[in-house]
Structure formats: structure tokens, C-alpha cells
Design a protein around this ligand. Sequence first.
Ligand SMILES: Cc1cc2nc3c(=O)[nH]c(=O)nc-3n(C[C@H](O)[C@H](O)[C@H](O)COP(=O)(O)OP(=O)(O)OC[C@H]3O[C@@H](n4cnc5c(N)ncnc54)[C@H](O)[C@@H]3O)c2cc1C
Length: 392
Amino acid sequence: MMLGLLLARGGVDVVVLEKHGDFLRDFRGDTVHPSTLDILRQIGLLDAFLRIPHRREQTIAIRFADGTIDLGDFRGLQPFDYLALAPQWDFLDLLADAARACPNFSLRMRSEATGLLHDANGRVSGVQAHDVDGELEINADLVIACDGRGSILRDAAGLAVETFGAPMDVLWFRLPRLATDPDQTQGIPARGRLLVMLDRNDYWQCAYLIAKGSDALVRAHPLQTFRDLVAPLLPFAPARMDALQGWSEVKTLEVRIDRLQRWNVPGLLFIGDAAHAMSPIGGVGINLAIQDAVATANLLGPMLAGTAAIDDTQLARVQHRRLWPTQVIQGVQRIAQARVIAPLLDNTAAGGLLRAPALLRFASRFLAFRHLPARLFGYGIRRERVQFGARG
Ligand SMILES: Cc1cc2nc3c(=O)[nH]c(=O)nc-3n(C[C@H](O)[C@H](O)[C@H](O)COP(=O)(O)OP(=O)(O)OC[C@H]3O[C@@H](n4cnc5c(N)ncnc54)[C@H](O)[C@@H]3O)c2cc1C
């Protein structure tokens, strides 16, 4: 959506396909980091974004048995000393509305790309799709696949994927939030378990990590077993888990980290999770996808807005620019998975909250240490500046 907006504002004819009828899905995550806030400022949408009901988190806390530690700390960082938590459907609606103001932009909801079209030379020349009226073909000078970690266009293009694995999947559910509850997004590690609670003002969005592939096993037990596992981790009365009435209220989100070895073929480019699926660690995947979009618009926008034929050799410049930041963030996510999450979940005997490691407790006294995750995930590496399509 961000790329569609930038290209359309720059004068490129854009069609965006979205297979769903709306953006109202919970699993999209809602962290909008300073890197994205800054992009919104550059394209004149920051004020409108900040009018969306959102929370500002200045610190991300980890709650241990012996007290809470602020691991990520945005205080003192400029120009944004917080990360925003905003429902992604509102964020996407904002971008879509801004893009619709361009007469050369079209957003086709309930339109699913199902395959690729090729010209006589084998170059990708569009997509096959279906919408409510049936099958259709959409021709394009360039197809940009942003269809997420389950990308079917990846398969259609037959590109090689490097898979790094993930030790966990996530059970995603809501709990009611009371005025007396703590008001901070927090991670709560315990022996064999990890709960992350996102404060969404009137409710808690909870992510409970389970060992990869163990979903069926967990669900084979009565819901009460799950309630009993999670309840001791809550920072308030365990009875709140009774609000969960059935397994249907618990969604399973598959976690994976992978990366295409090559992000483009003639006529087709991959960005975002379709090029590099991100783990939820650091809540950074949305922000990285936005950076990809800005880089793509900067690098390819002028060519797409021109009248000359597309030079396919230019497509590789996007991967060239975005590969390194992606590798670094995925590398950090893989280390966190291997060193922290896998050992935690391997411990099959569920037990009480963990005590904070002494070194972590010591290091967290220093603001510079607490700034590290905020800088790495919040501000990112090789931050993009909008050079194409900033204004309509
Ligand atoms: C459990 C979990 C929690 C996460 N939490 C966060 C978080 O809090 N913050 C964060 O920054 N990142 C988070 N991430 C990572 C984040 O979700 C992704 O990195 C990010 O959404 C990638 O954005 P994208 O636009 O590339 O893909 P997506 O957000 O997946 O968007 C792809 C879009 O394409 C549509 N689509 C798919 N296939 C087709 C098709 N064939 N035709 C038409 N449309 C199609 C989909 O409906 C979707 O709207 C999380 C990941 C997981 C697994």
C-alpha cells in the first residue's frame, strides 16, 4: 500500500490487488516504529496517523520474578522518543485513502493474484487473478509482489528460498483490560513459556509462544489446561483467563524467517515479507516492508513514470540496497530465537517466572544499553528517505 501510494503520487499508474475485502485482521501486528513515523512525516501523513487511536510506548518492559527491566528505551531519542501501537487496519486505511486521491491509483479489494502472465520472451507481463466476478488477467509493465510470507507469486516464479527456521509459533488472543491494570506493553518469560502482552487500551492483545508445530498438541487438551498455563504469567488476577471462552478465540500464527536468494526476475520484483519473511521479534517486519517500499519507489519510480521501456537490470538495485539491513535484522532475530526462545521453550516442565540474568540487570542500568534495541529495531539500519512520490 505504501509503495502504491508513493508510485501513484509520482505519476505512475498503479493497481493494487488485495485478496481480502478489508484490512480488519488482527494478526498483522501494530508496531509503528520511528523509522515509519519519519516516513509518514515526510509524506505529510504524520498528523493524520497520530489522530488514529494509538498508544505511545517509550519503553518495552520484560517482567521477571525479581522485578521489571526496561529492555528497549526510546526516551531521549530524536525525532521520535516512542514507538506507536496502532491497529494496522487503520494505518492501511489511511494509506489507501491518501492513494485514492490520485486518479491513477486503483485498489481492487477481494482480488487475489493466482499466477503470473508471461510474454513471448518469458518476461513477466502481469498476473492472473480472480475477484467476485470471476477470473481476470491484469497486464503490467512491472509486477511487484508484496503478498507476504505465504506469497504464492514466489512459488509461481520458482525462485529459490533460503529458510532459516523458527523454534516457535504464536497463539494470539485477547483479554479484557481493566483501568487498574499496568499500562505497559511487556514480555513475561517463565520456564517453558513466554507471554507478550500488547496494551491496546481497552483490551490486551496477547501472544503466547509455543514450540514450532505443537499447535495440534496444545489444542488437543481442554481449554482449561491452556488457561492454567497462561494464568500464572498475568500481571493481574489469574481469573481473567476465564474471559477466554473457546479455542476459536485463540488464533495460531505461523512464524518463519526466510529470504529469497534473488528478489527479481524480468518483469517481477519481490519486497517485504514476500522477499524476506520476518519473525515477530522486535516488531519490525512492517517497518522493514515500508523501508523496502520507499527504496523501491526511489530507485524505480523515475523509470516507471517515464515513457521508455522498463530496464529489467534496474530491478536488482532494490535487493542490492535492502539486502544488508534485512540480513542484519534477520540475523539478530535468529540469534534471539536460538539463544533465548528455543532454550526457553525446550524446557518442557512449565515453571514460574524467570529471574533476570545478573548481566542483563546490570547492563540495563545504562541508558546507552537500553537505547540499543530502540535504535536497531526502532530507527533501523540504512534508513530510507522519500525521494519519489512524497507529495501528490
Ligand atoms: C505472529 C506475528 C506477529 C507479528 N507482529 C509484528 C508486529 O507487531 N510488528 C511488525 O512490524 N511486524 C510484525 N510481524 C511481522 C509482520 O507481520 C510482517 O513482517 C509484515 O506484515 C510484512 O508486511 P508485507 O506488506 O510484506 O506483508 P503482509 O503484511 O503479510 O501483507 C501482504 C498482503 O497481501 C495480501 N495478499 C496475500 N496474498 C495475496 C494474493 N495472492 N493476492 C492479493 N493479495 C494477497 C494479504 O491479504 C496482505 O494484505 C509479525 C509476524 C508474525 C508472524
